[in-house]
Write a protein that binds this ligand. Structure first.
Ligand code: NAP
Length: 260
């Protein structure tokens, strides 16, 4: 479907196409991971499905403990040289793993990761400890996933009954990652700040993330057109220091979530 939209509605040069590889797409050992074999077959399959000659960003979805990182990085470099991807990026992993990969790419003169797609939002701020400073230091673009904690930060999830939307009722991953008492304390603050400003809780949550040093562009999710409009409007919201303190002060450190 994305391929058809790209072909019929938007000139190729005006869109940025990003794709990822790692998680299993079949039962075989070559249908997963970050081996040379799988990275090449996954990008070729993506290009075929999308009906394009190249993607702008080819990302590794997770660290692969079963493949030497040198094999992965050399294959990604060859994919860039072959013109199948313009740039390469990574997603949730430990900061030491990301730094090791950056160092090896530099050492070998290979294409290095230009972006980090990590788990970062008002109820999961563990990335502030290591990954965000690393990305700022290395000039890496940060494109956080689940900036609204899968809808939790929209302020419409409940301790009892979970919420009224289809996703709030069915998203068991969100229910495992969030929904603690401390998370609800944070979201109550989001709702208070939003009410005082006359905007939505989702907009305050996005504005906070956009204001964090090093964040390039959150990868938002939306189940209604109105949510997309609100996300665009959030670009114009600048939170003041007092609002940021109110949003941040109830946070408590969490276990690693998203790439454990
Ligand atoms: N790299 C990774 O490992 C990884 C992991 C997870 C996700 N991702 C990527 O990140 C993308 C976004 O993730 P996500 O969907 O979890 O993002 P999200 O922005 O945290 O959550 C989106 C949900 O928030 C709610 N929402 C959005 N705008 C709203 C508004 N204005 N008012 C009220 N509710 C609003 C909607 O929930 P309702 O439908 O309940 O209204 C929507 O489904 C995914 O598509 C995926 O590509 C990557």
């Amino acid at each position: 479907m994305v391929g058809r939209v790209l072909k019929d509605l938007i000139p190729r040069d005006e869109v940025v196409i990003a794709t990822k590889a790692f998680y299993p797409i079949g039962d075989g050992p070559n249908d997963r991971g970050l081996s040379r074999k799988h990275l090449f077959s996954a990008i070729d399959a993506s290009l075929r499905r999308l009906g394009v000659d190249y993607v702008d960003l080819y990302q590794v979805h997770r660290w692969d403990p079963d493949t030497p990182i040198e094999e992965t990085l050399c294959a990604l470099n060859d994919i860039v040289l072959a013109g199948k991807a313009r740039y390469i990026g990574a997603s949730s992993m430990y900061a030491w793993q990301f730094m090791k990969a950056l160092h090896l790419s530099d050492q070998h003169g290979w294409a290095r990761f230009v972006s980090m797609q990590n788990h970062y939002n008002l109820v999961y701020r563990e990335e502030e400890r290591e990954m965000m400073p690393l990305c700022r230091e290395e000039g890496i673009g940060v494109i956080p996933w689940s900036p609204l904690a899968r809808g939790f930060l929209a302020g419409n999830r409940r301790r009892e009954g979970l919420g009224a939307t289809k996703r709030s009722k069915s998203d068991t991953f969100a229910q495992r990652m969030y929904y603690t008492d401390v998370d609800f304390d944070v979201v109550n603050r989001v709702v208070e700040v939003a009410k005082a400003r006359g905007v939505s809780a989702a907009q305050v949550s996005l504005a906070w993330l956009l204001g964090q040093s090093g964040v390039t562009a959150p990868i938002i999710g939306a189940s209604k057109i109105k949510q997309l409009d609100q996300a665009v409007e959030a670009l114009d919201i600048r939170l003041d220091d007092a609002e940021c303190v109110a949003l941040e002060e109830r946070y408590q450190p969490h276990p690693v979530r998203g790439h454990e």
